[in-house]
Design a protein around this ligand. Structure first.
Ligand SMILES: Cc1cc2nc3c(=O)[nH]c(=O)nc-3n(C[C@H](O)[C@H](O)[C@H](O)COP(=O)(O)OP(=O)(O)OC[C@H]3O[C@@H](n4cnc5c(N)ncnc54)[C@H](O)[C@@H]3O)c2cc1C
Length: 420
């Protein structure tokens, strides 16, 4: 669905990740004219968050979409654990939660986004622009009233009553309006790779394997293990290169002996994905006419794999708060008040900041535990991890103060029309 002319819309969402796609779906269901821009031609990106948490599944269930999502290829993971000195300890056991979806659904993020935008496309007031790269905002009298985007060699403009920047951790929408995140220090980066999975491999679900200061993460993706190794921030990647691929393969084999027979699948250090781990947050998530949500407003570390869930929670909170002002704007031209944008930030700041605090604490505990070397999972470092882990069980599944869809128009919408 390509667009070649200038146009106008009520809400223009920049970025077709979990935050932008879910927000666009919710607004479309409520009858808001919404345009979603994605700079890529598809959603196919490897090594992104592929976890759909119980809180997000609950939201999809409210929209009668959870069952439909689960009709797509997926895996359900009931716990997150840690193996240290040969002993496994559950860091978070979702199976013990008394909820409808006591598991994390592992589904490729591309599949999740394809599903969400496919659902949104059932509403005539939803428009998806792929290959459309945000360039700048359009302002009138200091208020954001649209965007310019590039598609191929052409530049286009969309006038919008509200622009929502959901363009991820390297957001250019926030830069365009002079908003800069405050970075919080984290000690690690992460390298990512795949290893094939065999049917007789141990049932690890999501597991951290710790030994001698090293941490390997394994996520069961059915035919393969989505794998990552933590490295020290800064010099870590250079040290990996200096040590060479064989040393890296040996490290992986030492941490998870059952994959020793296939570490040769890691072709080279250059073939590893690299994640610059960040934790940051905007002080202000909005300017007149524009709101920032998701990773663009707050980048999360990989601890607990909560980034997707937080992005979706932001989208739900934004939709709950903004649907009525947007519909008023659509019907009567009354601008969305800045107080509504501030209300979204107010709603989401505490859950986000608390999660970032917990993530940073957990990073310290994990590293110290690993550095302590041998000993059972029940020893000193293990007890620290257990305490945090106990709290994280519920917190990973639901976050702090989980969002539910509260707007009746969104809930009542049936595909193909939406409540107008
Ligand atoms: C390697 C890696 C592994 C991760 N693993 C997990 C995990 O296991 N679980 C988890 O929950 N989270 C994980 N995360 C984090 C998770 O992916 C993010 O927190 C989540 O995707 C944030 O959603 P978002 O919609 O805010 O941003 P994003 O998912 O980053 O989406 C932003 C979208 O905006 C688009 N965009 C960017 N710039 C422009 C532009 N100029 N114009 C138009 N579109 C633009 C991008 O193409 C992208 O599609 C991982 C992240 C990485 C990088």
């Amino acid at each position: 669905m390509l667009e070649t002319k200038s146009r106008s819309t009520t809400a223009c969402v920049v970025g077709g990740g979990p935050a932008g796609a879910v927000l666009a779906l919710l607004l479309a269901r409520a009858g808001v004219e919404v345009t979603l821009l994605e700079r890529h031609g598809d959603f196919l990106r490897d090594f992104r968050g592929d976890t759909v948490h119980p809180a997000t599944l609950d939201v999809l269930d409210q929209l009668a979409l959870a069952e439909k999502l689960h009709a797509r290829p997926h895996r359900k993971i009931g716990s997150m654990g840690m193996i240290r000195a040969g002993k496994r300890r559950e860091l978070a056991d979702f199976r013990r939660l008394n909820v409808k979806f006591p598991h994390i659904t592992m589904i490729g993020q591309w599949d999740f986004l394809d599903f969400i935008t496919g659902e949104a496309a059932r509403y005539p007031n939803f428009r998806l622009l792929m290959n459309a790269s945000f360039r700048d905002v359009v302002r009138v009298d200091g208020r954001v009233c649209g965007i310019r985007y590039r598609e191929g060699d052409e530049e286009h403009e969309i006038r919008a009553d509200l622009v929502i920047g959901a363009d991820g951790r390297r957001s250019t929408t926030r830069v365009a309006v002079g908003l800069r995140p405050r970075a919080m220090g984290v000690p690690i980066d992460v390298v990512l790779f795949r290893l094939s999975r065999r049917d007789d491999d141990p049932p690890e679900g999501i597991t951290l394997r710790l030994d001698g200061g090293d941490i390997l993460g394994l996520i069961d993706r059915g035919s393969y293990w989505q794998s990552f190794v933590e490295i020290p921030k800064g010099d870590g990647i250079r040290a990996l290169r200096a040590a060479g691929i064989e040393a890296f393969r040996n490290k992986v084999a030492r941490l998870a002996p059952f994959v020793a027979d296939r570490v040769g699948e890691i072709e080279s250090i250059d073939a590893l994905g690299f994640l610059d781990v960040r934790v940051d947050r905007l002080r202000r998530w909005h300017v007149p006419g524009m709101l920032i949500i998701g990773d663009a407003a707050h980048c999360m570390s990989p601890v607990g794999g909560v980034g997707v869930n937080l992005a979706v929670q932001d989208a739900v909170a934004a939709a709950n708060t903004l649907v009525e002002p947007l519909l008023r704007c659509q019907r009567a031209g009354i601008p969305v008040p800045r107080s509504s944008l501030a209300a979204v930030q107010r709603r989401r700041t505490m859950p986000t900041a608390t999660m970032q605090l917990l993530q940073r604490a957990a990073l310290r505990v994990d590293l110290n535990g690993a550095t302590a070397g041998t000993g059972s999972a029940e020893d000193g470092a293990g007890a620290g991890a257990g305490l945090i882990g106990k709290l994280m069980g519920r917190v990973i599944a639901y976050g702090i103060r989980p969002e539910r869809v509260r707007n009746e128009r969104i809930l009542a919408a049936a595909g193909g029309g939406g409540a107008r």
